[in-house]
Write a protein that binds this ligand. Structure first.
Ligand SMILES: O=C(O)CCC(=O)C(=O)O
Ligand SMILES: [Fe+2]
Length: 354
């Protein structure tokens, strides 16, 4: 099968996690199991802090931004601090397999300070500073909750991870990323091109918000397994107020746990139906990713967890085994010392000027 032809086999059945447990003990175990087995899970949208209107408003801001002309977006393009607009084909998440960059645009919004945006943005986007601030605050809260639950599952102090993400200890690499994959692009070659190349995420955890009717994400839960589409809504007849939030583990949590937590490979394609010969039902896809990253100086050394120690004992091959995938991915043995260094080496390998 060509590298990026979407799979036609079954979708993956990811666990659905309830975030409403006050102590997090039961959820911690369920979260940990999902993070170890799949590296991906859903958060039940009835149990999280976001309302349907928080999500709708953020997507409306995104559509307004990407609706601007290239000339209007160009002055706000991504700079050395990773903030700003990333144009079509500017990022290549899987440079080994795709000579042409990803068929997407993105807007990276860096951490706000006291509710204030720290980067120039077009006025139509900057006007929504309060909405963006609220959305990122809710993302931070949700990530803190998940990190605490994972710490419970790993039997380490509840604040082990959150203290390493506390912006009062230094700047984090947190990034809110609005993504747009246009359907109308005519240069897309099925079987050769990709909307977002295969990669793992670089940080601790990622929250992914998707829209109904705009699928395309696929994951690979083991190197030898097939690509499995991840549906926007899992196959259960439940009245969710908005699609469940998809949560995935990034490289750094994998390094911290000697590979116990999986930084799972994923990619974005046109859904299978839309790639068949003569198809004319391609859809735009808008998604929003929140990349939760530790304070830049955080060392990526193994956490003091008996669960991780037992995993290490079981796996005589842990040293040298691979973590993650895509430009700049490195093994457990060879990874960089700090969070900021890891991020920089991933960016250097995936923003390539040809
Ligand atoms: O748009 C998506 O669904 C996924 C995007 C993604 O994986 C990323 O930006 O890291
Ligand atoms: Fe990703």
């Amino acid at each position: 099968m060509a590298h990026n032809v979407p799979n036609t086999t079954g979708q993956v059945d990811l666990p659905m996690i309830d975030l409403s447990h006050p102590d997090g003990v039961g959820s911690g175990k369920a979260l940990l199991d999902a993070a170890v087995k799949y590296g991906f899970l859903y958060v039940d949208s009835r149990t999280c802090a976001f309302s349907g209107s928080d999500i709708d408003q953020m997507f409306a801001i995104s559509e307004e931004f990407f609706g601007l002309s290239t000339a209007e977006k160009l002055p706000f393009r991504r700079g050395a601090n990773n903030r700003g607009w990333v144009g079509m084909h500017v990022e290549t998440l899987d440079p080994e397999h795709h000579e042409k960059g990803d068929f997407k645009e993105a807007l990276n919004i860096g951490e706000l300070e006291n509710g204030t945006l720290q980067q120039p943005l077009p006025s139509c986007t900057a006007a929504h500073e309060r909405t963006i601030a609220r959305f990122t605050e809710l993302c931070n809260q949700t990530c803190s909750q998940i990190l605490q639950f994972l710490a419970h599952g790993l039997e380490i102090p509840g604040d082990y991870f959150t203290s390493r993400h506390d912006p009062s200890h230094g700047a984090t690499g947190n990034s809110l990323r609005l993504l747009y994959y246009p359907a109308s692009i005519t240069s897309y070659r099925s079987g050769k091109d990709i909307r977002a190349g295969a990669h793992s995420d670089y940080g601790s955890i990622t929250l992914l918000f998707q829209r109904p009717g705009q699928p395309g994400l696929e994951i690979k839960t083991a190197p030898e397994s097939e690509w499995a589409p991840v549906p926007v809504y899992p196959d259960t007849p439940t009245d969710y107020p908005f699609p469940p939030i998809l949560v995935n583990i990034g490289d750094m949590l994998s390094y911290w746990t000697d590979g116990l937590l999986k930084s799972t490979i994923h990619r974005v394609v046109f859904p299978h139906e839309a790639q068949r010969e003569g198809a004319n039902d391609r859809q735009d896809r808008y998604s929003i990713a929140f990349f939760c990253q530790p304070v830049g100086s955080t060392e990526l050394t193994t956490v003091p967890s008996a669960v991780v120690a037992a995993h290490r004992k079981e796996q005589s091959q842990v040293r040298g085994s691979s973590v993650g995938y895509g430009g700049g991915a490195v093994s457990l043995d060879d990874h960089r010392a700090t969070a900021a260094e890891h991020l920089q080496s991933r960016f250097a390998a995936t923003y390539i000027t040809k």
